[in-house]
Design a protein around this ligand. Structure first.
Ligand SMILES: [Zn+2]
Length: 174
C-alpha cells in the first residue's frame, strides 16, 4: 500500500543525471578546457583518441601526454567531497570508489605503456595553475625527444632505441 513510495533506483538515476551535469562528461567542462587551451595558444592536441587507453579528454601525441579532466563528483575529489549527496551515501560512495579504482588502474597501465599522464580536477579549471603545469610538462616531454638510433636511458635504468622525432617513452610515471 505504499503507492506514493518513490522507486529508489529511478530516484538514483535522476540524481545521477543531475550529477552528470556537474561531471567530467559534461561538455561545458571540456569546452572550458578547450577554450583555455585556445586562449593560451596551446596546440597539437586531440580529443578522446581511440588508440589511447581510457580515451583521455585531451591527448598530445608529440609528447605522449594524456590529460584527464576529472569531474569532482564522479572521480571522488577530496576537496569537493562534501558535495556527495546525503541521500543513499553508500550507493554513491560505491559508485565513486569504483570510478577511482578504474582511474588508477587505467593510469597505471598508461604509464606502463610509456605515456605521460596529467589529471586536472574540474574545480581547478577556473583557476590558472593547471595551465602552467601543462606547459611545463609539454616542454619537458618535448625535450625528451631523441635522434634516430640513439638509445636512451630511462629513470628505471632501462634503455631503449628510438626513431627520429619520436618522443621518449619510459616505464616510469610523470
Ligand atoms: Zn574538486
Amino acid at each position: 500500500m505504499t503507492e506514493t513510495r518513490v522507486d529508489p533506483l529511478s530516484e538514483a538515476e535522476r540524481s545521477a543525471r543531475m550529477a552528470k551535469v556537474r561531471g567530467s562528461g559534461n561538455k561545458s567542462t571540456e569546452g572550458r578546457v578547450e577554450a583555455a587551451l585556445g586562449a593560451a595558444g596551446i596546440e597539437g592536441w586531440e580529443k578522446h583518441p581511440k588508440g589511447v587507453l581510457g580515451k583521455p579528454d585531451f591527448y598530445f601525441p608529440r609528447q605522449g601526454l594524456a590529460v584527464f579532466v576529472d569531474g569532482c563528483f564522479w572521480h571522488g575529489c577530496p576537496v569537493c567531497a562534501r558535495r556527495t549527496p546525503t541521500a543513499r551515501p553508500e550507493f554513491w560512495r560505491g559508485k565513486i570508489d569504483e570510478n577511482r579504482r578504474r582511474d588508477e588502474r587505467q593510469r597505471r597501465r598508461l604509464r606502463r605503456q610509456g605515456y605521460h599522464v596529467m589529471r586536472v580536477w574540474e574545480h581547478d579549471i577556473k583557476k590558472g595553475p593547471w595551465l602552467a603545469r601543462l606547459r611545463s610538462m609539454l616542454a619537458r616531454y618535448e625535450s625528451m625527444k631523441c635522434s634516430e638510433g640513439e638509445s636512451m636511458k630511462c629513470s628505471e635504468g632501462e634503455s631503449m632505441k628510438c626513431s627520429e622525432g619520436e618522443s621518449m617513452k619510459c616505464s616510469e610515471g610523470e
